[in-house]
Every structure is written in structure tokens, then in C-alpha cells.
Ligand binder design. Structure first.
Ligand SMILES: *Cc1c(COP(=O)(O)O)cnc(C)c1O
Length: 465
């Protein structure tokens, strides 16, 4: 009798990694620092103190390679971690590919995505610093759900500004956020100066992530015991997500495989960095040689169509300037179904790694992504969130290229969440009502014109001491 096929590669709770990985000290050049929006000088820890607790600020600027995961955080992680690595035997068969496809599944978390990997430590460090309330933004609601959950576990109040379009169209995530005890506002709201300005211009404004960030930042900065939390983009967020890749390394070691091709979707870049950076460490050390590829939506292509420049993280221009791939902080993407990928910028660390030539990127339209998502659901039995269907579309493309060439590549893809709250999107796809709006060059050009013009020294970031 032959051995049964292995479908999932699991780790015991006792095998869960106990440190996060910070890629910065291993990169051939340091990433450019964030700049103060007024002075254009590099921001120091004190500038960030009104928004974040000091432990997180120190992680943001850290050059330590490994940072211990606090016991209290590990204890909560173990509610769903280590997460499973699956071999997609049935998808491989359906595609007729010689490639071996693996996916690391983060939909097993209580929020249904990778977001609690950073929400839990962010709530922990805020609670430790005596913070009593955290404000944040959310698009489709994944991040708001994760932070509401984490805040409820540490007894912190949580206030969420949700992008208006999602607030109107996706009531179930709002209800889940409220079930975890947080308050949700439709953004733009009457509660902030920034929100009132957008509402004055358009009383029916459908909002954007950039606007919701402006509102949450404004409130955090004006209340002494309140801080702000961001679900992606920042260095410390990407670092918290590396638990995903550290686990995957152990899981691949168990079966004696190494990935040749690692693919993930990128909104702000955190799930892709979380899976791929530990493998990139191994690549830089010469122990393996995976190719890294990010996938972004055709209607919000910051890596493949944006410019690499200092820009604001929010729409109103209140955050520090970050050097990143950006479509312009004014850019309001079309209301595609992958709400988590509708952000004008890309994580400075991902942008830097991209500029160093250590990864590449493609942009794919949503219809092809949902076709891959449906094929995945029908073969592997998991309905993916709209965001990771982008990674699955590229996985399918690569597997079909392997079919042509006969290459037995090992593909690893980030299945960063399930789509149980996104069934209306699947309904639109299955009902033939999903469109791929072509993006006009004029729209890109108009938004790019809002990227601030800095002096050449500030732009190159060399003023950093
Ligand atoms: C938030 C989210 C994303 C986009 O954020 P990244 O920081 O790029 O990972 C992607 N997928 C899911 C399921 C999300 O919740």
C-alpha cells in the first residue's frame, strides 16, 4: 500500500517561532527614513510619540535582526497558530501542471485573515504603555475586525473609521467589529475636521482609506490617552507578520522541499512581506533561491505604475512623508471588490526591496482573479478573500507556464484570508456583473501631481544622521 498523500504540513504549538524577523540589517542598503511633513527632516522617535507607544516606535526604527515575541502575545497567537501549510494536490491536477503548489493559510485566525498577527502585539504594547483607546481606519473591515478583537483581549477601547463605500455595502464586518466591542463610524464623518471638509465638498462622499486614516490620526493626536494603529505599510507591522514565513520555513524543512517561486497579493505589503522576508533572508544568505513576486490590482497598481517618491500615508497630508511607491495620496481607486488592496501607496520596506531588485511585481484585473478564486474554491474547498485571489491568479499563470515548459517548480502562495464576508463579490462574478474598468492615464497623471515636491537632498534621504 502506498503512503497517503500529504495535504497539510502542521507544526505543534510548541514548535511556534518565538521571535519576529526584522529584514533591515540584512539588506544591502538601509531603507530611506520617514520625513517630518513640515520640516522635511527625518522624524525621530519623539515625533511619533503622540501616535504610537514607544515599544512600537523602537521596533519601527530597529536594526536588531530578531525581536522576541512577548509571552502574552504568544499565548494569544496559539489560539490559531501555527497556521497550516497545504499542498494543493487537487488544484495541481485540475491545471495539469508538474508544479507543486503550496499555500500558507491565514484564514484560520478568529478574524479570518493575517491581520491579528499584528493587531495582537499592537494592542499589547499599547496596553503596557497605559493607553486606554486606539483609533484606526478600515476598508472592507478585516483590519477593524482584527484590532477590535485584540483590543477586547487587552481591555482597550477601540474606535474605527470605515471607508464609506464598504460601510454601506459590507454590513457584516461592521457587525463583527461591534460584536468584539468596538465603535464604527462611516468615513468621512462629522467627528473630525478632515471628515467635515470632505463632507462639505460632497455630502455623499464614499470615502477612501487615505481619508479614514486622516480621521483616525486626527483623533489620536488630539486625545492624550489615545493612540493610533495601522494595519499594514509600517516596518513594525511587516515584522509582526514574519511569523507566517518563519513557520513556513519550518514546515518546508519538515518535508524536505524549498520554494522556487513565492507569490502574494500586496495592498500595503504586510502579508507578502510576512511570508516572503524570512525566505529572502535565506536567499541573501545563499541557502535557497526563491523568486519573489507581488501581485496588485490593475486598478491600484502602486508598484508597477506608481512613482518611487516621498508621499503622505493619508489623504489630508497629516502623516510623516514616507519614501514609497505611490499613486499619489489623492488617488481614489475604483471600488473593486478587493477592498484591502485599495491603498495609494506601498510599504516603504517592500518599495525598497523592489528597488533593490530583490522581487518583481505584476498587476492583474479582478475578473481573472475571481476566476482563479472560484477554481481554487472548487478544487481545494476554501473560498478565498478577494485580495488573495490576486496571488492565486498569478499562481495559476505560473503553474500553466510550468505545464508548457515541463518544469517541476515549487510554488508557495500566501492565502491570507477567507472570503466568507465577501460573498456579494462572488455573486457579482458568478452573475456576470463584474467589470474590469480600464484605467485612464489622465487619472494616474492627475493623482501623481499631488505627490509633494521635495529638495533633492530630502528626496534622496541622505540627510539622515
Ligand atoms: C488587509 C488585507 C490585505 C492587504 O494588506 P497587506 O498589508 O498587503 O497584506 C490582503 N488580504 C487580506 C485578506 C487583508 O485583510
Amino acid at each position: 500500500m502506498s503512503a497517503p498523500k500529504q495535504h497539510k504540513i502542521v507544526l505543534d504549538e510548541s514548535e511556534m517561532p518565538t521571535q519576529w524577523y526584522n529584514i533591515v540589517p540584512d539588506l544591502p542598503a538601509p531603507p530611506p527614513p520617514p520625513l517630518h511633513p513640515g520640516t522635511h527632516e527625518p522624524v525621530g522617535p519623539a515625533d511619533l510619540a503622540p501616535l504610537f507607544p514607544m515599544d512600537l516606535i523602537l521596533q519601527e526604527v530597529s536594526s536588531e535582526r530578531y525581536i522576541d515575541i512577548p509571552d502574552e502575545v504568544q499565548d494569544i497567537y496559539r489560539l490559531w497558530r501555527p497556521s497550516p501549510l497545504f499542498r494543493a494536490h487537487r488544484l495541481e491536477k485540475a491545471l495539469g501542471t508538474p508544479a507543486r503548489i503550496y499555500y500558507k493559510y491565514e484564514g484560520v485566525s478568529p478574524a479570518g485573515s493575517h491581520k491579528p498577527n499584528t493587531a495582537v502585539p499592537q494592542a499589547y504594547y499599547n496596553a503596557k504603555a497605559g493607553v486606554t483607546k486606539i483609533t484606526t481606519e478600515t476598508g472592507a473591515g478585516q483590519w477593524g475586525t482584527a484590532l477590535a478583537l485584540a483590543c477586547s483581549m487587552f481591555g482597550i477601547e477601540c474606535e474605527v473609521w470605515q471607508v464609506g463605500a464598504s460601510y454601506d455595502q459590507k454590513p457584516y464586518r461592521r457587525m463583527m467589529i461591534e460584536t468584539f466591542g468596538a465603535t464604527v463610524h462611516r468615513s468621512p464623518s462629522e467627528l473630525t475636521q478632515a471628515g467635515r471638509a470632505y463632507l462639505a465638498a460632497d455630502p455623499n462622499h464614499t470615502g477612501s482609506l487615505g481619508i479614514a486614516i486622516s480621521e483616525a490620526v486626527e483623533v489620536a493626536a488630539s486625545e492624550p490617552e489615545t493612540r493610533y494603529a495601522l494595519g499594514s505599510v509600517l516596518n513594525h507591522v511587516l515584522m509582526h507578520q514574519t511569523i507566517i514565513g518563519e513557520e513556513a520555513l519550518l514546515q518546508f524543512a519538515k518535508i524536505g522541499e524549498t520554494p522556487d517561486f513565492i507569490v502574494g497579493c500586496t495592498g500595503g505589503g504586510s502579508n507578502f512581506a510576512g511570508l516572503s522576508f524570512p525566505f529572502l533572508r535565506e536567499k541573501l544568505a545563499g541557502t535557497m533561491n526563491p523568486h519573489l513576486r507581488a501581485v496588485e490590482p490593475a486598478s491600484c497598481p502602486s508598484l508597477t505604475h506608481g512613482t518611487y517618491a516621498y508621499d503622505f500615508g493619508d489623504a489630508a497630508g497629516m502623516t510623516p512623508l514616507m519614501k514609497m511607491h505611490t499613486l499619489g495620496h489623492d488617488f481614489v481607486p475604483d471600488p473593486i471588490h478587493a477592498g484591502g488592496l485599495r491603498y495609494h501607496g506601498m510599504a516603504p520596506l517592500i518599495s525598497h526591496v523592489y528597488e533593490l531588485g530583490l522581487m518583481d511585481a505584476v498587476a492583474i484585473g479582478q475578473s481573472e482573479c475571481f476566476a482563479a478564486g472560484v477554481q481554487f474554491a472548487r478544487t481545494e474547498g476554501i473560498v478565498p478573500a478577494p485580495e488573495p485571489t490576486h496571488a492565486l491568479a498569478e499562481t495559476v499563470r505560473e503553474a500553466l507556464r510550468c505545464k508548457e515548459s515541463g518544469e517541476e517548480k515549487v510554488i508557495l502562495t500566501a492565502l491570507c484570508g477567507h472570503g466568507h464576508f465577501d460573498m456579494a463579490a462572488y455573486d457579482a462574478y458568478l452573475g456576470g456583473r463584474m467589470t474590469d474598468e480600464p484605467m485612464s492615464e489622465e487619472r494616474f497623471t492627475a493623482a501623481l501631481a499631488t505627490v509633494p515636491v521635495l529638495s533633492p537632498q530630502a528626496q534622496s534621504g541622505v540627510m539622515f544622521s
